[in-house]
Design a protein around this ligand. Structure first.
Ligand SMILES: [Zn+2]
Length: 120
């Protein structure tokens, strides 16, 4: 039952998104080990040091994938959901990217809204 492997990436430390590129697993920060239980409350006492500023996000003009910590995490939750079709996944990921570009980061309201779609 209890495994030391990260439940998000399965111990690889990397996650393949729907665009075919890999990104460092946000669940374990690339170590492949589980650091904290998932599915619990997202609110942590520590400050989100991984969150980038809107300026940094804009500077990193990469592919259309989320760039903030919360955005990547959410996108990974979406792409890992077997109940969703690829088209729906791509649509939600695109919404995350658009939200990030207009807000600079993912708001809690937005995260809740998307998670509601992912977990009806
Ligand atoms: Zn991981």
């Amino acid at each position: 039952m209890e495994s030391q492997s990260c439940g998000v990436c399965g111990g690889d430390g990397q996650i393949a998104n729907s665009f075919g590129s890999t990104t460092r697993c946000p669940g374990c920060h690339g170590t492949g080990r589980r650091t904290e239980p998932t599915g619990m409350r997202d609110v942590t006492k520590t400050k989100p040091s991984h969150q980038r500023t809107a300026k940094e996000v804009a500077a990193a003009k990469g592919p259309q994938v989320p760039t903030t910590f919360e955005g990547v995490k959410l996108a990974n939750e979406v792409t890992a959901n077997a109940a969703l079709t690829d088209a729906v996944k791509a649509k939600i990921v695109r919404e995350i990217v658009e939200h990030e570009s207009s807000h600079g980061s993912c708001t809690q309201t937005f995260l809740k809204k998307v998670r509601k779609q992912v977990r009806p």
